[in-house]
Design a protein around this ligand. Structure first.
Ligand SMILES: Cc1ncc(COP(=O)(O)O)c(C=O)c1O
Length: 385
């Protein structure tokens, strides 16, 4: 049975909401009082304990984020690595695959650029990157992805939720496509995790990454990587550091023995401040539950889409509501000017080429939605007479 949350009360956790209509969580999730308190606690421990903070509390909080992320995606703690960014996760995995001459990687034109960029930079070592096109800028046909996967494909790297359209991909189907050709499947779940439930075991993906910045309410400087258990031992990165060493505290410069768990993909000292704010963000998301969050954001998104359609706006959104996450693209002639004018009215949204992007989260209300639609209607009249 799903718990009924008091969403109005939950809003009090996020002080920004008392001043702004904040509809930009896919750029940056809001800071909660709890994360602010955690950051203060981190600094207090540093002040009081100095280096001893590492052993008594800081390491424990690193374990807490591992646990928090694992429970969110139905993984085990030893399948989770804590990293600074998705780019670092890509480096860990592609170095483990030892990609080189003739190897091919498949990604798509709608993926966040850090994914294609990572592989395109390897072209000088003979790695080919197939960037599968989208015909509508909303989704990428699974048949096209399937056709791009060839015998030389080592990896499919793509998102569960596209950052420019809010489309939720069928990652289970993508896993099947990859595995048919013995390619691994790397899912960038930065835009899905927290707002759309995922069970990595059921989906059958090999690697899934997400970061603290957005729907996980953790702020910048932290990312999480799930690696399927039976793959962990097979993958030995060539980008490495002492946090990935099994005997980290033996300080032996002559031997690199990787840890048995997914922490082998970790390299250097983590940003503990980010770990503290992120741990609290993960606790909030886990307590609310991604199912309840999805129900809430789906209702907000449905209202947003229907009100915008009533007003005659051109939308770039998935047709099926179950494939539409909480990211809505509204086509406008001058999206930057619209975003600026909305900000003047204390309504915070974002823009990407050709469109205004609105991304409500569980802390938003139907009033927030009505307000932004009304403001957009006025702005359109002023900007596009
Ligand atoms: C889908 C997606 N992937 C990755 C990133 C960020 O990648 P990195 O952690 O390497 O900065 C973002 C946004 O910042 C994103 O929206």
């Amino acid at each position: 049975m799903q718990i009924r949350h008091d969403w109005t009360k939950i809003r009090e956790e996020f002080p920004t909401l008392s001043k702004k209509n904040y509809l930009n969580s896919c750029s940056l999730g809001l800071l909660s009082n709890r994360s602010r308190g955690a950051l203060t606690r981190y600094m207090d421990l540093w002040t009081e304990l100095g280096a001893a903070a590492w052993y008594s509390e800081w390491m424990a909080e690193i374990s807490a984020v591992r646990e928090g992320f694992a429970s969110l995606i139905n993984a085990d703690v030893d399948e989770i690595a804590v990293l600074p960014s998705i780019s670092a996760a890509l480096a860990a995995i592609s170095s483990s695959l030892n990609l080189g001459e003739g190897d091919q990687v498949v990604t798509t034109a709608l993926d966040f650029p850090t994914v294609p960029h990572h592989f395109l930079a390897k072209s000088k070592t003979g790695v080919e990157t197939a960037v599968v096109a989208s015909s509508d800028r909303i989704s990428v046909d699974l048949d096209r992805i399937s056709s791009a996967v060839i015998d030389r494909t080592r990896l499919i790297a793509t998102s569960r939720v596209y950052f420019t359209s809010g489309f939720v991909q069928d990652v289970g189907a993508i896993a099947e496509i990859g595995h048919r050709k013995d390619a691994l499947v790397f899912i960038d779940d930065y835009q899905g995790n927290g707002q759309v439930p995922i069970d990595v075991k059921a989906a059958g993906v090999d690697v899934l990454v997400a970061g603290g910045l957005k729907w996980l309410l953790g702020g910048p400087g932290i990312a999480y990587m799930y690696v399927r258990r039976d793959l962990v031992a097979e993958l030995e990165p060539t980008v490495a550091g002492w946090f990935g060493n099994r005997d980290q505290f033996s300080f032996n410069p002559n031997e690199m023995v990787f840890r048995d768990d997914a922490a082998r993909f970790e390299t250097g000292t983590p940003s503990v401040a980010a770990v503290f704010t992120a741990a609290e963000g993960l606790r909030i998301v886990n307590e609310l539950g991604p199912e309840a969050i999805r129900e809430r954001t789906s209702a907000l998104t449905a209202r947003l889409v229907s009100r915008l359609e009533d007003e005659g706006f051109g939308l770039r959104v998935p047709e099926e509501t179950e494939r539409h996450a909480s990211i809505t693209m509204i086509e406008m002639e001058d999206p930057a000017a619209a975003v600026e004018e909305l900000a003047r009215r204390n309504i915070i949204v974002d823009h990407r080429p050709g469109a205004v992007r609105i991304s409500p989260y569980f802390y938003n209300t139907q009033n927030d939605i009505d307000e932004v639609v009304e403001a957009l209607r006025e702005i359109r009249t002023a900007l596009e007479p």
